[in-house]
Design a protein around this ligand. Sequence first.
Ligand SMILES: Nc1ncnc2c1ncn2[C@@H]1O[C@H](COP(=O)(O)OP(=O)(O)OP(=O)(O)O)[C@@H](O)[C@H]1O
Ligand SMILES: [Mg+2]
Length: 252
Amino acid sequence: MIRFEHVGFAYTKERGKILDDLSFTIEKGESVGIIGPNGAGKSTLLKLMVGLIFPQEGSIMIDSESVGKKNLAKIRQKIGYVFQDSDTQLFMPTVEADIGFGPKNYGLSTEEVKKRVEEALIKTGTQDLRSLSVLELSGGQKKLVSLATVLSLEPEVLLFDEPTIALDPKNRRRFIELFRELSGTKIIVTHDLDLILDTCSRTILLDEGKIVCDDETEKILYDQKLLEENGLELPLMIEGVKRRIDYENSVH
Ligand SMILES: Nc1ncnc2c1ncn2[C@@H]1O[C@H](COP(=O)(O)OP(=O)(O)OP(=O)(O)O)[C@@H](O)[C@H]1O
Ligand SMILES: [Mg+2]
């Protein structure tokens, strides 16, 4: 369970509040999409959840733990976080070492670490990249390896910030299948609204640091007026269906 209560956050006093009076609860096992225009505060929200930054107002609870400096190790064991920017995520000399880094740090046996690395490589289809350095990877490959570094931790909660950016259609599909197979609580931040339609039953729409809407995914993503008022557009799939209907009406 993740609970935000009246959370307010500012990076600096001059810039002012980036997130303002946010309250919501995400239950265990839910899949939630977080959408909103550039600069809405989506990545900031995820960073607060893992305790990379701390709110000036309100509180954040993960299960019965309040997210704070004292229990960061515990919180981080529960939450896996795929960064928007893969270069922030990968720092070991090889792909294999990066994927094994987390499990090794948890003190798992060498055998268990090896098993988890293998599984994560297979799930993300990155076996052939295992000995490469981050510097030798393409943008999409970096994203896949970033996913693998989080999968190997087998966390209870998974946060994905733009997980499909840079992925080709086949790997995007692979991500969706992987996402559906994963148990636990899952949160996706993305501009790929079709991805949310395919994966999340609930969506939170954020704009200028406030929750505009928190509802069933379809209710939000089929609402052209609501999306446009908040700097977004209909998912491509819906746009396509609308065009087809317009076309058929014009023919008949
Ligand atoms: N480290 C930082 N220091 C100061 N300001 C920051 C920092 N990171 C983000 N911001 C500001 O906070 C606001 C929200 O940024 P955030 O990264 O959360 O947006 P976002 O919704 O994830 O946007 P995008 O869709 O572009 O990824 C932006 O106005 C940004 O300029
Ligand atoms: Mg972001």
